[in-house]
Design a protein around this ligand. Structure first.
Ligand SMILES: N[C@@H](CCC(=O)N[C@@H](CS)C(=O)NCC(=O)O)C(=O)O
Length: 200
C-alpha cells in the first residue's frame, strides 16, 4: 500500500496527522500539485478528479477522498477510536469534522486559490476571495464555542475533527490568512501543535 501525497496541501495533511495519531505507517509517494503532476494521464487513472490524497492498495485499487480513506483505516484499526466510541460520539465527531471541512477549510481553500492562485492555470478573483473571507468567522466562532475548555475539538480525546481543523490552520499559515480564532481555538491550536502527529 502507498499514499500519494503533497506535504503542503490540507487534505493530504489531515490524513497524515490521522495516521500519525493512530501509529500507522504508510509509504508516501510525492505528487507535486504546484507543478501540475496531478494532471498527468497516469495520475488521473488513479484519481479521476486529479486530487490528493490517494491510497493505492497492494492489488492496485485506488481510494480517493480523505474522509473515505480515514474511515477505511479506522475500520481496519479501530483502536484507539478516532471517530468516537458510541453512535452519539461518532455523530458528534463527524458533525464537528464536517463543520471544519465544509464551512472552514472549503472557504479558506477558496480564499487561498483566488488570492495566491498556487496551482497551474489558476487566476486570482477578488470577488470570490471576499465572499470566502466573509464566510469564515461564523463557523470558527461555532467551533471556538464548542471546544470551550476541552483539550480537543470533540472533547477529551483526539479525533478526526482535530486532524481536519489542524490541517486547516496550517493552510491558513501558509496562505497568510489570519483566521482571527477565538481564545479556545488559539489554546487548542498551540496545544495540538505540540503533539508528535503535528509534524506529520
Ligand atoms: N474532497 C477531497 C478533496 C481533495 C482535494 O481537493 N485535494 C487537493 C489538495 S488539498 C488537490 O489535490 N488539489 C489539486 C487540484 O485541484 O489540482 C478529499 O477530501 O480528499
Amino acid at each position: 500500500m502507498q499514499l500519494y501525497d503533497f506535504p503542503f496541501a490540507p487534505n493530504p495533511r489531515k490524513l497524515r496527522v490521522y495516521l500519525a495519531e493512530k501509529g500507522i505507517e504508510v509509504p508516501l509517494v510525492g505528487v507535486n500539485l504546484v507543478q501540475g503532476e496531478q494532471r498527468t494521464p497516469e495520475f488521473l487513472a488513479k484519481s479521476p478528479l486529479g486530487a490528493l490524497p490517494v491510497l493505492e492498495l497492494d492489488d492496485g485499487t485506488c481510494l480517493t477522498e480523505s474522509l473515505a480513506i480515514i474511515e477505511y483505516f479506522e475500520e481496519l484499526h479501530p483502536d484507539p477510536p478516532m471517530i468516537g466510541a458510541t453512535p452519539l460520539e461518532r455523530a458528534q465527531v463527524r458533525r464537528l469534522e464536517q463543520i471544519a471541512t465544509n464551512s472552514v477549510l472549503a472557504s479558506l481553500g477558496r480564499l487561498f486559490h483566488t488570492t495566491k492562485a498556487p496551482l497551474p492555470g489558476a487566476i486570482a478573483n477578488p470577488a470570490i476571495a471576499d465572499a470566502a473571507r466573509a464566510a469564515l468567522p461564523r463557523p470558527l466562532a461555532v467551533l471556538n464555542d464548542e471546544i470551550g475548555d476541552h483539550p480537543f475539538v470533540a472533547g477529551t480525546k483526539p479525533t478526526i475533527a482535530d486532524c481536519t481543523l489542524f490541517a486547516t490552520f496550517k493552510l491558513a499559515e501558509m496562505a497568510e490568512v489570519d483566521l482571527m480564532p477565538g481564545p479556545n481555538l488559539v489554546r487548542w491550536y498551540a496545544a495540538f501543535s505540540q503533539r508528535p502527529s503535528a509534524a506529520a
